[in-house]
Structures are given as structure tokens and as C-alpha cells.
Design a protein. Sequence first.
Length: 161
Amino acid sequence: MNQNSIKNPLRPWLVRWMLGAVILHFVAGMSLAWISDHAFFNDYHLGIENAFWGHVAPAAARQQQIWWISLFGATLQNLALWMGALVLMGDRYRSRFAWGSLILGMLLWAPQDIAISMQAKVMLHVWVDVIALVLMLPALSALWWLDGGSGIRENQHKEHL
């Protein structure tokens, strides 16, 4: 095993940090799926409507927006489960593959999401994406580095993978 990952007291905290991110994604997904029509989200909906309509949007537009956000919430819950599985796998097996998969997923998602949000002039989404990157990429990168060369080799322990 890599000496960095065995003795580094930061590793358990980084894993907990990532598990917290998983929980946050799951809770946000539940919220979006089930309460996106709540008055709490009214200002958010108005901001989206102004970005696309430039004036008061028809009621059907609001209903469609709530429907899309609710679908996204269910998708976010599923993403949280996949993230959780990779974090648990990365922690248990000290797997660079798991950490690298999460890093690559973020690097694939973020530029596209940011570009699409900027194109629509929905800056709140840009800021949320940047915050997610700043809060998660350093921890994932540290875990990837700490677990370098220490993961279980597939050809040695296939029954664990």
C-alpha cells in the first residue's frame, strides 16, 4: 500500500467530505423532484422565466419548468447513488479508478453545464457549478493522489470488484 494513504490523517476527512457531497446531491434531488413547485422556489422560477421570456411567462411555461426540474431532481438522486457507490468503492479499495471516474465525470459535466447556462444567461447555475467544482475537485484530486499505487489489482482480487 501507498504510505501516503495509510498514514495520512486527511484521507478519512476527505472521504467524509465526499460522502457529505453525495448526501447533499441526494437531498437536493429529493427537493427538486418533490417540492419544485413550492413558493420557496418562486424567485428561482421567475429568474428562469425572465432569462427565456423577458417578461411574464405563460402559466404553461411555469408548469413545464416545474416538470423539467422535477425530472432533473430524480436524475440527481440517481447521480448521488452512483457517486456514493464510487466514493465507497474508492474508500474501501483505495481505488484511483473510482476517484478518477468522479473527477472525469465532473470535468465532462461542468464545462458543458456552464456553457449551456451562460448561453441562456442563467448565471445562478454557473455559480452553483463553479462552487461544486471548487468544493469537490480538490478533495477528489487529493484522494486520487493519496491512493496512487495502492488500489486492489483486478487480476489479484476479482471477487472484490
